[in-house]
Design a protein around this ligand. Structure first.
Ligand code: HEM
Ligand SMILES: *[C@@H]1O[C@H](CO)[C@@H](O)[C@H](O)[C@H]1NC(C)=O
Ligand SMILES: *[C@@H]1O[C@H](CO)[C@@H](O)[C@H](O)[C@H]1NC(C)=O
Ligand SMILES: *[C@@H]1O[C@H](CO)[C@@H](O)[C@H](O)[C@H]1NC(C)=O
Ligand SMILES: *[C@@H]1O[C@H](CO)[C@@H](O)[C@H](O)[C@H]1NC(C)=O
Ligand SMILES: *[C@@H]1O[C@H](CO)[C@@H](O)[C@H](O)[C@H]1NC(C)=O
Ligand SMILES: *[C@@H]1O[C@H](CO)[C@@H](O)[C@H](O)[C@H]1NC(C)=O
Ligand SMILES: *[C@@H]1O[C@H](CO)[C@@H](O)[C@H](O)[C@H]1NC(C)=O
Ligand SMILES: *[C@@H]1O[C@H](CO)[C@@H](O)[C@H](O)[C@H]1NC(C)=O
Ligand SMILES: CC(=O)N[C@H]1CO[C@H](CO)[C@@H](O)[C@@H]1O
Length: 379
């Protein structure tokens, strides 16, 4: 009888957690005891290698009747990335906002012509931080609460909205996390972008506007956000995301113009929507291409990585953060500090999945000949 009661109790406890821990929840930071309870309830998958590059990397019509724009439903997750939200709203990614890294790489290549090295680097970088490495799933936005009588801590798990590694301050159209909402479209910020496009771009977004609004958003945060943080890797992605509208949102019949119509820009940023009859870019944009664009906008207003120190107007350069000339340090610190910090004690299948994902992540740097040395696998 005692044995029976104990077994029943174990089943009940396991089920409380199995019903409540989502397959796309990140396992980062969980204790050994929590992992022991959660891992057996997950749908663990053998990890596929990242997809390769497109066969024909040219412009083509990518909108089609089978993939209409549909506003996300109540339970569909959306996040801070207008490009990824757009893919989900058109069903090029699962409309519920939960995807595998392979699905993300395939979709950004096919619909936006992001080159394979950049797609793999971004996708696996974000997946390592925000995704579930055993189920191979990641939420493109909101955190899903893990509830129940004995929820694991942290009780809120995973997703692109996770602040401080990729999601970060000084987004163009999203507010800083300090002000509360770090991922929704913000009309005030879009109005500021429009004013800059009028002033510096003749009513459109171009490289000159990109440089000016990037600098303005940094000045805004220095002056108003005591917690402003602008260090690697966010330092790099903030600059990169100022280039993305020019490389990916401009219709492929006008790729060379590097000029984005602001009505089209609003469709992407606000509604996550492709224009009707959209042609993808006529160029596969690589890590090095984006690096070149970053160099151009940085040169107009050089700001070294750093942050405020808890009060406004206290921006201090952080010599420990990788700067734009230290791309390999971005990689090494990300692996040795950020990821190691999230998974200090991984063992067994989780350790194996972690190392596999780190290999996929590094493959992007080999592919683009960045000259970085791979950090040894975790043991
Ligand atoms: C390859 C996989 C991708 C991942 C994992 C990813 C992830 C993210 C994340 C986490 C952010 C939020 C950063 C922040 O502002 O706090 C972001 C922002 C952004 N992403 Fe993506 N992204 C990807 C691909 C794309 C593509 C293909 C496009 C364009 C078609 C795009 C365009 C942008 C833009 C423009 C922003 C900045 C939004 C703003 O500052 O208002 N991304 N992305
Ligand atoms: C990892 O192990 C160390 C040493 O045993 C321990 O102090 C720490 O709390 C563990 N961290 C996690 C997240 O389990
Ligand atoms: C600001 O930073 C402090 C210190 O890192 C932290 O305790 C606090 O939660 C942050 N506040 C917000 C709103 O992010
Ligand atoms: C939008 O951003 C502005 C400027 O930072 C801020 O004052 C406002 O509160 C934000 N609006 C929302 C709805 O978050
Ligand atoms: C952006 O547009 C403005 C206005 O047409 C123009 O003066 C400027 O040279 C353009 N910038 C680039 C990089 O083409
Ligand atoms: C794309 O680029 C190729 C090679 O430069 C060119 O032949 C083709 O016309 C371009 N396509 C479009 C739609 O501009
Ligand atoms: C921008 O795009 C909108 C919508 O397609 C169009 O009505 C408008 O004429 C375009 N503006 C310019 C300057 O091309
Ligand atoms: C933060 O920086 C300001 C301005 O540089 C300085 O006056 C203040 O002492 C610093 N505070 C801390 C806690 O370091
Ligand atoms: C990263 O960590 C590994 C293992 O702890 C170590 O062997 C390696 O030297 C570190 N690399 C750098 C560049 O710090
Ligand atoms: C860290 C942080 O501020 N995250 C916030 C991101 O935005 C969502 C939605 O407003 C908040 O719920 C999170 O707390």
């Amino acid at each position: 009888m005692a044995f029976f009661r104990l077994t029943l109790l174990t089943i009940l406890l396991t089920c409380d957690i199995c019903l409540c821990f989502p397959n796309h929840g990140s396992l980062a930071g969980l204790s050994a005891r929590e992992l022991e309870q959660i891992i057996p309830t997950l749908e663990i998958r053998a990890l596929p290698s990242p997809p390769g590059p497109l066969d024909n990397p040219r412009a083509k019509l990518v909108t089609d009747p089978a993939n209409p724009w549909i506003a996300p439903g109540e339970n569909d997750i959306r996040g801070p990335c207008p490009g990824i939200n757009t893919l989900a709203n058109h069903g090029f990614l699962p409309r519920n906002g939960i995807a595998s890294p392979s699905q993300i790489v395939t979709a950004v290549q096919e619909i936006f012509n992001m080159a394979n090295d950049l797609a793999v680097f971004l996708t696996y970088g974000v997946h390592l931080v925000d995704g579930n490495l055993l189920t191979d799933l990641v939420s493109i936005g909101g955190k899903t609460p893990a509830t129940g009588p004995d929820p694991p801590s942290p009780a809120i798990v995973g997703g692109f909205n996770t602040h401080a590694v990729f999601e970060g301050d000084v987004s163009t159209t999203r507010g800083d996390a300090f002000f509360g909402d770090n991922h929704s479209f913000n009309e005030t910020l879009f109005d500021e972008l429009t004013a800059f496009s009028d002033k510096f771009g003749g009513g459109a977004y171009n490289l000159t506007v990109a440089a000016e609004i990037r600098f303005q958003r940094i000045q805004d945060s220095i002056a108003t956000n005591p917690n402003f943080s602008f260090i690697s890797p966010r330092y790099f992605t903030a600059y990169a995301e100022s280039i993305f509208p020019l490389t990916f949102f401009v219709d492929g019949r006008e790729t060379d113009s590097l000029t984005l119509n602001m009505t089209v820009a609003r469709g992407f940023f606000q509604d996550g929507r492709l224009p009707d009859d959209f042609f993808r870019s006529n160029i596969s944009w690589t890590l090095n291409d984006i690096g070149g664009g970053i160099g151009e906008i940085f040169a107009k207003h050089p700001i070294q990585p750093g942050g405020n120190n808890g009060t406004v107007n206290s921006y201090t350069v952080d010599p420990n953060s990788a700067n734009l000339n230290e791309f390999c340090q971005l990689y090494t610190d990300f692996v040795n500090i950020t990821i190691r910090g999230l998974y200090p004690n991984a063992t067994g299948p989780l350790l194996e999945a972690l190392n596999q994902n780190l290999d996929f992540f590094f493959s992007a740097l080999s592919e683009s000949n960045q000259g970085c040395t791979q950090v040894p696998a975790f043991v």
